[in-house]
Design a protein around this ligand. Structure first.
Ligand code: 3PG
Length: 381
């Protein structure tokens, strides 16, 4: 697969470039809690700023009360001079875009404020494309979405991918033909997206470890009581047949459980009604340490415990075990990134992906995404 790269364009000077970034970062009370994605987005922005172009930044935000990108604009404005457009469809917004000068950068407010974005409305895509000569997708982590700024714009403009996008595809493609022994660790609670990945990687990896809430329906299917632990909604309709008698599938062997006596380590068959599994237990971490020790390649996505509620110990320990091993390691996903941030440890892993759902879909779909297909099929280059 030869991606169309922005570096291949020779006549960029003076062009209007619509740059799709993923600036969707956790924001609390207007304060950015994790700037990993923002830092990773700067390479393409800087590349374009050196090419004497007009850059129109487009992104979504699902965080904070107002879902506004303004806190991100404030953050980026500290190092990059730019202007903010609250509504590009208003007469002021339209005028600002028309009046852009070479070397100018503008950022449009949360693109999901317009219905046309998530509905992938061709007319909406055209209303944006009319302001640009070139489209650059550097939002790999949104490229599993069939939204107007991901799959609609490549139909209308000469389209390329940015530097972060290229790096993500290059690094994550290694998972498709991995060195062995290969250990895949999946945690968290996104049952619908993660179960197909587990199923697929039982064919590719040597060991697939299911941690966090993902283990609960598997234990439940073995007849164990799960108390009030997180379980998939009844409409998810999981088919767990593939988890039976599979020697490559590794489950936790104990859990840290909230009981009336406080937090207690228990075997999965000892959980009582009303109790809640909140983290991995010590025996599970020992089992993971042994698997990590014999592995040459490790992919990890998702926490081992209820990370958002503060049950972080198991996940932090897993991160340390991977950091200390000699194996190549690729990690990604929201809570996994929070761990990297907490430990200030990005350089201890071979690659830290900005993708969450996109990373999983890329791996489940054998190395492609709707946003990649749209770039490859763009008729305008
Ligand atoms: C992410 O946070 O994974 C991306 O920004 C995509 O966001 P979404 O799940 O809201 O589409």
């Amino acid at each position: 697969m030869e991606l169309p790269k922005i570096q291949s364009v020779t006549d960029l000077v003076g062009k209007r470039v619509l740059l799709r970034l993923d600036l969707n970062v956790p924001i609390e009370n207007g304060v950015i809690k994790d700037d990993f994605r923002l830092k990773k987005s700067l390479a393409t922005l800087d590349f374009l700023r050196n090419k004497q172009v007009k850059v129109i930044i487009v992104s979504h935000s699902e965080s904070g009360l107002s879902h506004s990108l303004h806190p991100v604009f404030d953050y980026l404005s500290k190092s990059h001079l730019m202007r903010f457009i609250p509504d590009f469809t208003s007469s002021e917004g339209t005028q600002m875009l028309k009046d852009m000068q070479t070397d100018e950068v503008v950022m449009i407010e949360n693109i999901r404020q317009y219905h046309g974005e998530m509905e992938n409305d061709p007319a909406f895509a055209k209303s944006l494309a009319d302001f640009a000569d070139i489209y650059v997708n550097d939002a790999f982590s949104v490229s599993h979405r069939e939204h107007a700024t991901i799959v609609g714009l490549p139909k209308l403009l000469p389209s390329y991918c940015g530097l972060l996008f290229q790096k993500e595809v290059e690094e994550l493609s290694k998972v498709l033909t991995p060195p062995h022994p290969f250990l895949f660790i999946l945690g968290g609670a996104k049952f619908r997206t993660k179960m197909p990945v587990i199923k697929k990687y039982l064919d590719i990896a040597n060991f697939v470890f299911i941690g966090g809430a993902l283990a609960h329906p598997v234990w439940s299917s073995m007849g164990y009581e799960m108390g009030d632990s997180i379980m998939p909604d009844s409409d998810v309709g999981l088919d767990l047949e593939f988890t039976k008698n599979n020697e490559k599938l590794c489950l936790p062997v104990d859990a840290s459980v909230e009981t009336s006596d406080g937090l207690v380590s228990k075997n999965p068959n000892q959980i009582k009604p009303g109790e809640i599994i909140s983290d991995a237990g010590p025996l599970t971490l020992r089992k993971l340490a042994a698997l990590i020790k014999v592995s040459k390649f490790i992919v990890w996505n998702g926490p081992l415990g209820n990370y958002e509620k503060g049950f972080k110990a198991g996940t932090l320990e897993l991160a340390r075990l991977i950091m200390e091993s000699d194996a190549q390691s690729i990690i990604g996903g929201g809570d996994t990134l929070a761990v990297v941030d907490e430990l200030q440890a990005e350089d201890k892993f071979s690659f830290v992906s900005t993708g969450g759902g996109a990373l999983l879909d890329f791996l489940a779909q054998g190395g492609t995404l709707p946003g990649i297909e749209a770039l490859l099929a763009s008729p305008k280059r």
